[in-house]
Design a protein around this ligand. Structure first.
Ligand code: TXA
Ligand code: MG
Length: 319
């Protein structure tokens, strides 16, 4: 299994040698390698079993570094970058040739993010190269929000997991770009749509995979547990599956079922979508590893991180 520790120098040593290391971020844990070293980046695709057409986000330490890797920066994105870099925001920008085509799957834009986690920021500042990092889970499975999640699935394939504690946001970054002077949101994430629109005004949402060559990773089935996953009125679903062992993911108040064959996890008893985001992937993993047959849940209200959470639920339910 991987060594788990909070030693930045150790993580840096492995990365300098071209190895893949798991790093903490405020959104989810990443599977990182030197973004400028194609051999190192290839290992990420290998370890995750990720198809080569699905590009990787490049992580850097500060806004000043953006120009090293990109040809231009749309001025309309500046206020967002100033407020949320570091933060749960990823920007699609025209790439310089120093970024290998492997990283962007041949696309001419590179996804850039500055994670807001003190350990990873310190690590990035100590390196003279940026880190390509997807979420540290096998392709298509639930993203990891703790070192244990990473270790369970990928621990045998990597030497080191940098321990930054549990992720404070719990869902991936929001991905934003510009097309024909218009700001486009390609992935709902840890920075809410409201927060973004309060800075730059209305944005266009383009999160649907088939018509979206810009974000090929937004495939329909994603973040998916192995157990069947149903979304809808929880009471009705429980009745429909009354002969099954059911795991409920609830929000706001407990469904409070008395039946023996039901377990219930609440994402946030007080109905806070930020708390729910923190708990979402961990809860999905617990239920996926429990002795139940199916998982049922309902959509959250669309405020705060509700929209982004609903997007993850929908992809988890897609087959
Ligand atoms: O919060 C996050 O963004 C986490 C942490 C580790 O930073 N990373 C993450 O990476 O979620 P990943 O690989 O699981 O998801 C990245 C998404 C994919 O859907 C991918 O298709 C899209 O970003 N993406 C990356 N580079 C892109 C590019 N050049 N053009 C379009 N989409 C891109
Ligand atoms: Mg991912």
């Amino acid at each position: 299994m991987a060594k788990i520790g909070s030693n930045i120098e150790k993580a840096a040593d492995w990365l300098k040698k071209g190895s893949v290391v798991s790093i903490p971020t405020e959104t989810v844990y990443g599977l990182a390698a030197n973004a400028l070293n194609e051999t190192a980046v290839l290992q990420i695709f290998d370890i995750k079993k990720r198809p080569s057409f699905d590009p990787l986000i490049v992580h850097i330490a500060s806004i000043n570094e953006i120009e090293k890797y990109t040809l231009s920066f749309p001025h309309t994105l500046k206020p967002l970058a100033d407020l949320y870099m570091p933060g749960p925001l990823t920007l699609l920008l025209p790439k310089k040739s120093i970024i290998p085509d492997l990283v962007t799957s041949g696309l001419d834009q590179v996804a850039i993010r500055i994670p807001k986690h003190p350990l990873t920021l310190a690590l990035l500042s100590s390196l003279d190269f940026p880190l390509a990092a997807p979420s540290a889970n096998p392709f298509g499975y639930i993203s990891p929000t703790s070192t244990a999640h990473v270790n369970q699935q990928l621990g045998k394939q990597i030497p080191y997991i940098l321990d930054g504690g549990d992720c404070s946001i719990g869902i991936e970054s929001t991905i934003i770009g510009v097309e024909n002077d218009e700001i486009i949101l390609y992935r709902l994430g840890g920075l809410s749509l409201n927060a973004i629109e309060s800075v730059v005004g209305k944005v266009q949402i383009n999160i649907n995979q088939s018509s979206n060559p810009k974000s090929p990773g937004q495939i329909k089935s994603h973040y998916a547990p192995k157990k069947p996953f149903y979304i809808g009125d929880i009471q009705e679903l429980i009745y429909q599956f009354r002969d099954k062992k059911v795991g409920i993911i609830s929000f706001g108040k407990n469904a409070n079922f008395k039946q023996q064959n039901i377990v219930e996890y609440n994402l946030s008893l007080v109905g806070d979508t930020y708390e729910a985001a923190q708990n979402l992937f961990g809860t999905m993993r617990i239920l996926d590893n429990s002795a139940i047959d199916i998982i049922v849940t309902d959509y959250l209200p669309e405020t705060g991180l509700g929209l982004a959470i609903n997007d993850r639920l929908q992809r988890a339910a897609a087959k």
